[in-house]
Design a protein around this ligand. Structure first.
Ligand SMILES: Nc1ncnc2c1ncn2[C@@H]1O[C@H](COP(=O)(O)OP(=O)(O)OP(=O)(O)O)[C@@H](O)[C@H]1O
Length: 265
C-alpha cells in the first residue's frame, strides 16, 4: 500500500532581490513535476545536491508548504487540504534544527511535545522514558537541554520525532554533525522504528548511509527526478549511462547520474 503518493508535484518560490537593478522578482522552480510513491513500512531516501529541492519536497509533504502544482497524499490525505489530520499522524525532524525548549529537561520536552498529540499523561511519561532509553539519554533525562552537546540534542530530536508513534517520520539530514558511534546508534533507531511499522522518509548527503538504510530512493536534481528505485536499480541506471565505468556503489552511480544531469541543464 502506498503511504505517500506524489503526482506531478510542483513548488515555485518567488525570489525578491535586494539590489535595485533587479527590478523583477525571479521565480525559482524548487520542485518540478515530481512523481513518486512511498510504500507503507519502508525507508525511502530523497537524494540530491544542495538546492536540489529535497527540503522543499519534505516541507510540502509535512504540510509546512503548499504545493503550487500537482498533488500529494500522505496516509491517503491530501497535503493541500487535510493538513490538520496529516500533522496528527506524522512527525518530522529537520537536521540542526533546535525546536526544543532549552530551559526544560529532556523528559519534560518529550512530555510537552507528546501532549500536543493528546497522549494520556501516564502513557506519555512511560513513552518518554522508553524513547530516552532507546536513544541513550536515560542518564540525562532530567538535565536541561541547554547543557546538551549537538549529538545529544540530535538524539533528543529523534525521540521527539517518535513520541506520537507516527505513521510517517520525515527526517531531513538526521545524522548531520553526529560522531561515528552516534550515527551507528541512530541507524539502529531508524531500523527499529521501521520494524515497529513506521514509514520513514529521509534525506542525506551520506550516500553509504542511504545505501545501508533505504528500501527505495529517488535522486533529484533541479527539482526533477534523475533516477529512482532500489539501490540496485539506481546503480544499474548509473551503469547504463556510463557502460565503460565499473559502478559498484550508490555513491559512484549518484555522481555519474548527477554529472550527466548537470551536463543537460
Ligand atoms: N523560501 C524560499 N524562497 C525562495 N527560494 C527558496 C526558498 N526555499 C528554498 N528555495 C530555493 O529552492 C531551491 C531548493 O531548495 P531546498 O532547500 O529544497 O534544497 P535542498 O535539496 O534541501 O538543499 P540542501 O541539501 O542544501 O539542504 C533552492 O534553489 C532554494 O534557493
Amino acid at each position: 500500500m502506498a503511504m505517500i503518493s506524489v503526482n506531478h508535484l510542483q513548488r515555485d518560490f518567488v525570489q525578491r532581490h535586494s539590489r535595485t537593478w533587479h527590478r523583477h522578482p525571479t521565480v525559482v522552480h524548487a520542485v518540478r513535476d515530481l512523481s513518486f510513491q512511498v510504500q507503507a513500512g519502508e525507508i525511502f531516501g530523497l537524494l540530491g545536491q544542495n538546492g536540489a529541492g529535497k527540503t522543499t519536497t519534505i516541507k510540502t509533504l509535512t504540510t509546512l508548504l503548499l504545493p503550487t502544482g500537482g498533488q500529494a497524499t500522505v496516509a491517503g490525505l491530501d497535503v493541500a487540504r487535510d493538513y490538520k489530520a496529516i500533522r496528527q499522524q506524522i512527525n518530522f525532524i529537520f537536521g540542526g534544527e533546535l525546536g526544543l525548549y532549552r530551559r526544560l529537561s529532556a523528559r519534560d520536552n518529550l512530555i510537552y511535545f507528546g501532549s500536543l498529540y493528546k497522549l494520556p499523561p501516564t502513557t506519555l511519561v512511560q513513552r518518554a522514558d522508553t524513547l530516552l532509553a532507546q536513544v541513550g539519554l536515560s542518564a540525562e533525562a532530567d538535565h536541561l537541554v541547554e547543557t546538551f552537546s549537538k549529538g545529544m540534542t540530535q538524539k533528543l530530536q529523534i525521540a521527539r520525532g517518535l513520541i506520537n508513534i507516527p505513521k510517517v517520520l520525515f527526517m531531513d539530514e538526521p545524522t548531520i554533525g553526529l560522531d561515528a558511534i552516534s550515527v551507528q546508534n541512530l541507524h539502529q533507531i531508524i531500523l527499529q522504528a521501521k520494524k515497529s511499522g513506521t514509514t520513514i522518509v529521509l534525506t542525506t548527503h551520506y550516500l553509504p548511509e542511504a545505501e545501508l538504510l533505504c528500501d527505495h530512493l529517488i535522486v533529484i536534481d533541479h527539482g526533477q527526478e534523475v533516477a529512482s528505485g532500489t539501490v540496485a536499480d539506481v546503480i544499474a541506471q548509473g551503469q547504463k549511462i556510463a557502460p565503460k565505468a565499473q559502478i559498484a556503489s550508490l555513491e559512484e552511480a549518484y555522481i555519474t547520474l548527477i554529472e550527466r544531469s548537470a551536463a543537460h541543464v
